[in-house]
Design a protein around this ligand. Sequence first.
Ligand SMILES: [Zn+2]
Length: 349
Amino acid sequence: MIKKIFFAFVRYSGLLRVWVYINRDKINILMLHGVIDHEADPSWNPLWDRLSRERLDRYLGMLSRYYQFVSLDDAVDMLSGNKRLERNCIVLTFDDGYRNNITHALPILKKYGVTATIFVATKFVTERSAFLIDRLDYALQSVKINGRKISVGDSSSTIQAASREEFKKSYSDLRTLFREQYQDEIVCTKKLNELSEDLEKESGKSLSDIFESDGWSGLLTWDEIRKTNHTDAEYGSHTVDHYRLGQLDTAEMSLQLDKSKLIMEKELGEVCKHICYPVGSYNSETITIAEKCGYISGVTTEPGLNSKGDNLFSLKRISFPTKGGDNECMLHLTGLQHYLAELKSRLRA
Ligand SMILES: [Zn+2]
């Protein structure tokens, strides 16, 4: 309750506007994923929350009163000094290349004059396969799973699915356990795919059956990407396999950065400039290789605002909230909430 009053006070007292004014020379880059409409896509309901069309529309409307929307290309040029830095700039980026970015989000983006950058993982676009996070989600929901113990390496996890909230937590815990048990990123992905396959055999159902028409998990095709490139959106690389780059050896990391760039360039017929590190995982070697490959920027999942002169390969982004009240979300979207949380932990230390 106190928090709610605080959020409302900050927003309506003008403090939020002061915060945006103080940071007028910093660039705010937002991170989004899928955008859906529950009523239009009733076939199933993923455990990983997605942003609704209605929320996207409402918050872009609010943000447009504080910011001007610019493309990532322009933002990077401003941060590097190639272009004059404009005030109160905000950028929208979408990770993973869901088709709903075009079918559901684009009409709203157009309404506000937003040119977003969509990051695609090339293997999934080419092979027409769902992301593991969606595949396993669908597979878990297709069997009687409540109370089932799943072995993971030398540990196990029991899925609690009596309520939706418990199920969401169990799914998240299960993925965390896989990552802990299988430090090797490629082995971890293989093991998660094997679990999905076992569950699919048991239910006789697979997300691949509905993938192309599925509003949640369906991905853009190369044709759709080409058709919308520049007229509606811009595109960047999200690697080939969506592996966490920071977990890979040098050879595999290079391959993920280089090959995805080449594929993007072959498919789009133009230079691929930006890389988005899957799950925000990267290290200093990733930056060195990305630069060598010819990228001009790399976006992370570290929260915060970006200033001129910052390293262009560790650009911070603020996640677009899928739930929460308007006042709290506005504090979050403007970076103020993150700043206050940091300040609090600094004061405590
Ligand atoms: Zn991703």
